[in-house]
Ligand binder design. Structure first.
Ligand code: DP6
Length: 335
């Protein structure tokens, strides 16, 4: 066996309806369906090289523009576990040399496990000579334990159904990226690592007295978001995604022990988004398990949203992203 190498680029995604709470955390089987928009600029690139023999797998990581370095155990362990999971699934031997990078600025403090595990899954299966369709890629990326990676396997507007909890569960496309040109202006108010991982957040979610309330409200909101996407109706989509983001944080803040992801800058941006709407700029906010705010708007509102949010003293930087296609194999290898 000679060495074979593959490089994948996979996008991140922003959830409109959040995955929060799992039936099975290790296999990322969610309690509720989630819906997201796949992004363009916030992405990960991963090169995997399969070598003969039974040597150890190796991993290097870099942020955009930085040097490749050996990451710490907390970063590398789930990566090595996922590589081993793929090797066993396809009954292959050999060891992997892997390098991975995020294409967005390291100072951004944005979560990258969804794009990272989608890129890793595509690069490793590519190096094995396998060609997975998007659903197989989604299902396999999900098993990394980073459930949102299931959505990053698919472009455009994506739903990951809660399903029956089987191990083949995967996300599906609701509409391609060409269906609706939505923008995501990300206001970075905190670049540090989040205090509590999503994994711990999922684990604590069911302890919140508001968790069952959110579950009761979700079917109607999911239907609203699906319909708004189908109709390209931002006035319908926006309020639903803001409500869902606030409820995710309400559940987190009322978990035991409580989880506070918001910073003062989060509230400053939320207030500014309301002010933008009062001035006729249609823009709506959502936050994942962190302090940074993703502001969703159409192209005509993007400049105004980016300018006004960038002026806030609490905002360190603004990243302009947009809806985009799913992962792909490329020839620009990292080594
Ligand atoms: C709040 O278990 O996918 O972003 O592995 O850290 O990406 P990571 O988390 P994961 O949970 C995602 C939680 C969320 C909502 C969402 O993306 O649906």
């Amino acid at each position: 066996m000679s060495a074979s190498r593959a490089t994948a680029i996979a996008p991140s995604n922003i959830a409109f309806i959040k995955y929060w709470g799992a039936r099975d955390l290790d296999r990322a089987i969610p309690v509720n369906p989630s819906i997201s928009m796949t992004l363009t600029r916030c992405a990960s690139r991963c090169t995997a090289e399969l070598r003969p023999g039974s040597g150890p797998d190796e991993l290097a990581f870099r942020e955009a523009g930085g040097e490749l370095r050996t990451p710490g155990e907390g970063f590398s362990r789930p990566v090595f576990e996922h590589v081993e999971r793929i090797r066993r699934r396809y009954d292959r031997s050999g060891s992997f040399r892997i390098a991975t990078e995020n294409t967005f600025p390291s100072a951004a403090g944005l979560a990258s496990s969804a794009s990272g595990f989608a890129a890793l899954t595509l690069a490793v299966t590519g190096a094995l000579g396998l060609s997975l369709d998007p659903r197989e890629l989604s299902s396999l990326a999900r098993r990394s334990g980073s459930g949102s990676a299931a959505r990053s396997a698919i472009g455009g507007y994506v739903e990951w159904p809660a399903g029956a909890g089987d191990d083949e569960a995967h996300a599906v496309a609701l509409a391609g990226p060409e269906h609706w040109d939505l923008r995501n202006v990300v206001a970075i108010v905190d670049a540090g690592p989040k205090a509590v991982s999503s994994r711990d957040g999922h684990r604590r979610a069911a302890g919140s007295p508001f968790y069952p309330v959110r579950q009761r409200l979700l079917p109607e909101r999911l239907a609203e978001v699906r319909a708004a996407i189908a109709a390209r109706d931002l006035a319908r989509l926006g309020p639903a995604i803001e409500e869902d983001a606030i409820e995710l944080h309400l559940v987190a803040m009322s978990s035991r022990p409580a989880i506070f992801y918001w910073k003062p800058g989060t509230l400053a941006v939320l207030e500014q988004v309301r002010e933008l709407r009062r001035c006729g700029v249609e823009a709506y906010a959502t936050m994942d398990a962190g302090a940074n705010v993703h502001v969703i708007c159409e192209p005509a509102a993007e400049d105004a949203a980016a300018d006004r949010l960038g002026e806030l003293p609490e905002v360190r930087t603004v990243i302009r992203d947009r809806v985009g296609p799913g992962p792909r194999l490329v020839d620009e290898h990292l080594f």
